[in-house]
Design a protein around this ligand. Sequence first.
Ligand SMILES: [Ca+2]
Ligand SMILES: [Ca+2]
Length: 288
Amino acid sequence: MTPPFLIAGDAGFTVGAPAAATIPGAGTTTAVVTFHATTLGPQHATLTITSANGGTRQITLSALAVDTTAPTVTVPADITVEAAGPSTTVDFSASANDLVDGPTTPACSPASGSGFVVGTTAVTCTATDLQGNSASAGFSVTVTDHTVPSVTVPANITTEATGATTPVSFTVSARDLVDGPITPVCTPAAGSRFPVGTTPVTCTATDAHNNRASAGFSVIVTDHTGPTISVPGDITREATGATTPVTFAATASDLVDGAVTAICAPASGAAFLVGTTADYLHGDRRAP
Ligand SMILES: [Ca+2]
Ligand SMILES: [Ca+2]
């Protein structure tokens, strides 16, 4: 005789196969009982076993529902952003879900909305369920600086020569989003001596991450200043004939050109008539 034994459960658990077991003779059978706990803590279920002749027996099963599973933490992929300043605000979202507690908000360090410096910063997000099980996940925030500094130079400078070369000073500046003020390097440098004419000046600023920018202007040195001429005082000679040769020395010096030739008319050594002759001279090769 192989009477079936029926195993039935109350609400709160299910009985897996073989729920209806055929037990040959005085054998045993196995049924899988699964609790569906809706709360943590002790769980109870009652099994009723009915034999072929209608006899029943009830068995109370107990289980303890526990939560030893940490939440699952979801973080974004690694983030790369270009710096917006010495510190760059980066927002991100991370989430966590616990089998028992449901969605939770992980705590991230540094938190979303923090300021990140240039470089790579590791962010760790940790979620802890109500039973104290915690899990972490991480990603990185990389802030780059590919932005060149801004270089400020003056407008073209025009100045009158004060010598063969003329010292010219000027002020330039540069600023980087990340590094702040930077001192540009100018060629020629401020305070250099410039020749007459137009000389381009290039100023370059390099930030801490080797991003470089240049700006330029011109220094224009003009020479509108005539030479200084030295002539002798008025000369009086006694005539030696119809005309009398008179020699004299005249010199000219220019701020830019130095000594220049003074050309006299009449020239030194010319034959002068009796009377007064005005002698004119000029010497600056740039004279207007
Ligand atoms: Ca849990
Ligand atoms: Ca920069």
